[in-house]
Design a protein around this ligand. Structure first.
Ligand code: MRU
Length: 379
């Protein structure tokens, strides 16, 4: 099932705080609660946050009793501001909210009911596209994984971090589906333990062999020849290829370089922020020190011990071997080739599939008109 979806007029999510112990679904009936669910990490992972925010915006339009178009658009501006403030690093959140506001403000939509309908359709489209994009990244990325490989993975980048399938974990899923015998080392990912709780839960469902390691074991595993490739996700990738991802990713990239191991972030183009030139300008979320002192309410230090909790770090592009996108695998120079992948142009020059040039005709349409059509009704 999908991590986040529209269900009988509400936004429904898997409560990721409860996994792997309990599988709980929560329904949200107003957009402020959706924003809170994002900041409290009921839903997390950049693409899943984006889809949740898109449905949250659609929900805002459905619930507000507007008498005219302008009144609704003003209300949506407020909703957009609150939604975007839920978490600062994952650019998919801003991307999805902006997309929904853009659809709502389209001049062809004069009536409140048309705006509501098109916003819901656009949110659904973002969710559906996410699944297609992940499967395409999975196919491209799986060309990097050889039979018998051990893959080191950080955080959770699977179905739970997206709408379905996953980014880096999606590549692992695709390689497994192709019959490759792979083994996965899962960083536990302190302090929220997305690796130990969520990635391990997903790989168990898929019967993909894995072992959980503490984050600080990664260097030892690499140095002793127990890792063939490192696959991670991203919350925001700058125009020059600097990659912001879950705290600890930078350390992995340095260790991978030191040990001659390929390091590939798997990044949908909705996570690439071409407005940000380098990783220095990516806002890094600092979460409560309480998550460090007492993960999931289990105190490991006295309350008064000072702690810091940066949730993300930036890996400089010089440490990145290549970036897997839905438009192919991008190699340096990233400042040129990443833009091409985002625009979906000159795809054959920046990608290879199984060693052959990629086929530009396989691109997905990410044009704005795509979000404004008169396709089927949404329940
Ligand atoms: O704090 P989280 O759990 O939202 O962080 C998630 C990650 O860092 C993922 O690697 C990233 O969102 C990309 S995975 C689709």
């Amino acid at each position: 099932m999908r991590t986040v979806e529209w269900h009988e007029g509400k936004v429904r999510m898997i409560d990721q705080r409860q996994l792997p112990w309990e599988f709980v679904l929560i329904e949200f009936d107003n957009y402020t609660d959706v924003a809170r669910a994002i900041s409290e990490m009921v839903v997390r992972g950049a693409p899943a946050i984006g889809a949740a925010a898109a449905f949250g915006m659609a929900l805002a339009a459905q619930r507000f009793d507007a008498t005219n178009r302008l009144e609704l658009l003003r209300y949506l501006e407020e909703a957009a501001e609150l939604m975007k403030s839920a978490r600062p690093t994952a650019v998919n959140l801003m991307w999805a909210v902006d997309k929904l506001v853009q659809v709502a403000s389209h001049e062809s939509l004069a009536r409140v009911k048309d705006i509501r309908k098109e916003m819901l359709r656009a949110a659904q489209r973002i969710a559906d596209e996410d699944v297609l994009i992940n499967k395409r990244m999975g196919e491209y990325g799986a060309t990097l994984v050889r039979d018998g490989d051990t893959i080191l993975h950080h955080c959770n980048t699977g179905s739970l971090a997206t709408v379905e399938w996953g980014t880096a974990l999606g590549v692992i899923r695709s390689a497994h589906a192709q019959g490759k015998k792979i083994h996965v080392l899962l960083d536990e990912t302190r302090p929220r333990l997305q690796g130990a709780r969520l990635s391990a839960w997903e790989l168990t469902q898929e019967n993909i062999p894995f072992e959980i390691i503490v984050d600080s074991a990664a260097g030892h595993m690499m140095h002793t020849g127990q890792v063939d490739i490192v696959l991670v996700g991203s919350d925001r990738t700058a125009a020059n290829g600097d990659v912001a991802n879950k705290i600890g990713t930078y350390m992995l990239a340095v260790l991978a370089k030191e040990n001659g191991i390929p390091f590939y972030p798997v990044v949908p183009t909705s996570t690439v922020d071409l407005n940000i030139k380098s990783g220095d300008d990516i806002p890094i979320e600092e979460r409560s020190p309480e998550e460090v002192r007492a993960p999931f309410g289990n105190a490991i230090t006295p309350d008064e011990y000072p702690a810091r909790n940066p949730a993300f770090d930036v890996t400089p592009h010089r440490l990145v071997t290549g970036i897997v996108t839905e438009n192919g695998i991008v190699y340096p120079p990233f400042n040129i080739n990443l833009k091409r992948a985002v625009e979906g142009t000159l795809i054959e020059e920046v990608t290879t599939v199984n060693g052959e040039p990629g086929d530009g005709t396989q691109q997905l349409s990410m044009l704005d008109e795509f979000y404004l059509d008169d396709g089927g009704e949404i329940e």
